[in-house]
Design a protein around this ligand. Structure first.
Ligand code: DGL
Length: 256
């Protein structure tokens, strides 16, 4: 199989890389975090669309034969436009919305995401195509996105922030939670622990890795290459918090 390129504003897309690595251990992965321009969530959609186009172009030029836009915000702003590229480009929104529609029993789903993703209504549109009775309540969580980008996956401040969002899940009467930002998906275990078994927690990375395994053999060298547009050492620390040790040093690159 060829190299799979992954694009995100920071470390969030590593949650997608993690799921792909588990499902296809031999996959060769090329990761690009546009950390110099993190966060994307508060930006205008047109700007994120342009950044996404640049990221996809970079990954293609650097040898990716398939690109996963491993960022919900970039997916809602940048696809299908970036899909005009000459390599297949996949987003992560469908991989969150569809499993949530399948999982909910009471028809109420909470979406935790960036403001741009919530405002786009993309998850709700996809859900309505499958089951119009499912209600998706959007809630933005820039605090969680920032904590993860800083590599703060544990600790009392993070637990307290997760508890506050978990309360909102219950207040919304939702029985299903979409971790609708790849950053927030790095807190999946904490959400599962705090919410308990009555709420289904959906990490889009799981479905995405399954879909990828249907079209890719996974017969590569299991290599990694990490590229960032910002400071490599800060990224490395946060990346190790998400994925553990053993990653190659990130390279600094420029996007245009
Ligand atoms: N990882 C991005 C996502 O999935 C959000 C982070 C950001 O705001 O840049 O939406």
């Amino acid at each position: 199989m060829g190299t799979v390129g992954l694009f995100d504003s920071g470390v969030g897309g590593l949650t997608v890389a993690r799921a792909i690595r588990r499902r296809l251990p031999g996959a060769d992965l090329l990761y690009l975090g546009d950390t110099a321009r993190f966060p994307y969530g508060p930006r205008p959609a047109a700007q994120v669309e342009e950044f996404t186009r640049q990221g996809v172009t970079f990954l293609h030029a650097a040898g990716a034969s398939r690109v996963v836009v491993a960022c919900n915000t970039a997916t809602v702003a940048g696809l299908p436009e970036a899909a005009g590229a000459s390599v297949p480009v996949w987003g992560v929104v469908k991989a969150g919305a569809l499993p949530a529609v399948r999982a909910t029993r009471n028809g109420r789903v909470l979406l935790l995401a960036t403001q741009l993703t919530v405002d786009s209504g993309a998850h709700a549109r996809l859900a309505a195509e499958v089951n119009p009775r499912v209600v998706i309540v959007g809630r933005s969580a820039p605090d969680l996105v920032r904590l993860v980008e800083e590599g703060r996956l544990a600790g009392e401040a993070t637990r307290e922030a997760v508890r506050a969002h978990a309360r909102a899940v219950r207040e919304a009467g939702a029985d299903t939670l979409i971790l609708g930002s790849t950053h927030i998906a790095a807190l999946d275990e904490l959400f599962r622990e705090i919410l308990g078994e009555t709420v289904t927690v959906v990490d889009p990375a799981t479905e995405l890795a399954e879909r990828l395994a249907r079209v890719e053999s996974g017969e590569g060298a299991g290599s990694w290459r990490l590229c960032v547009t910002g400071e490599p050492m800060a990224f490395r620390r946060a990346a190790e918090a998400v994925l553990g040790q053993g990653l190659p040093p990130p390279e600094r690159v420029r996007l245009e």
